[in-house]
Design a binder for this molecule. Sequence first.
Ligand SMILES: *Cc1c(COP(=O)(O)O)cnc(C)c1O
Length: 363
Amino acid sequence: MNSLNLHLSHLNYNYSQIQKQLNSETQIVAVVKAGAYGSASEAVAKRLEALGVDYLAVAYAEEGEVLRSYGIKIPIMVFYPQLDSLKTIIEKALEPCLYSRSLLMAFKGLLKDTNKTKYPIHIKYNTGLYRVGFSPEDTDWVISQAASNQFNLKSVYSHLAASEDQRPSQSCDQQIRLFEAIKKAHSAQNSLIPKFHLLNSSGVFNYPELQYDMVRCGIAFHGFANHPKWDALLKPIAVLESRITQIHEVKKGSYVGYDHGWKAPVDSIIATLPLGHADGIGRHFGHHKGSVFIHGEEAPIVGNVCMDMLMIDVTNIKCKPQDTVCFFGTTYNTAASFSKQGQSISYEILSGLGPRIKRVINK
Ligand SMILES: *Cc1c(COP(=O)(O)O)cnc(C)c1O
């Protein structure tokens, strides 16, 4: 019915394209949160581990636990650990990114309780995104805590709010200045100097000179870096295909879909596809915003997207039930271009693809 075909060989390609932007010593953190951006986390994580990335990273501890259950052995960073999952972090040998005084103290307490010392941690600073992170004003406090025997401070990082913005960017420059000051303070006072990192995928392409010791790439492994110029250097790994369920002839003036969302302006032919908003194709793709391809020809989505299905106008396209329909592929109609039609972004569309879509692995 529906399939998300994943070309794992493109992961290899994208990995080498990322490496080409970097010095050979720069470490790479491959971000596989949200089921590896909606793809197939087991196959993708295993391939990335085999390719030799230095770290995997997830958002939450539970995601790291799942990776360990697949037999992943390399270090796993947890970007957004929550108070109630700190135990899991220790049990599964995950590395937390600590971002507040209360979280740090809670984790330290738990390490004491379990007689752990020199536990690998990472520290996240907020330099302008205001999502999570210590304030730059906390730097001295963090440095004094990091010296504790409980911790082994592996890295210190921050996250740019608009790494894809055209340069020069005032807001990026301000974040960079703050991060430089934090780096200087940590380098001066930690006996073991941690690694520093700032860049995500688009940062790697836009600010390669800020690669420091490590970079954190997620979407670039999937073929996108938030600008057509950089996207052209990468290969999308995911192809979303479906098949026509039924075809209707619709007389001029008839309505199609819920709430009579579309009125046929002429005698028309409508095809129904077995994908809907429950599968991640949101309602904002309805009403001719989004389109799909059948035998290379473009067909717009008409009316409202239903929960399980949607309708497309195939009046001028020769097709029949069971014919293959492509939502996005690896060349002209990528997930990035499809997303744009619905005022979305590749991240949202890929990570939102529902569990009813079969993941098919192509080695
Ligand atoms: C998701 C995430 C990344 C990866 O971002 P991409 O744009 O997908 O490369 C990097 N760092 C942090 C902290 C993240 O949450």
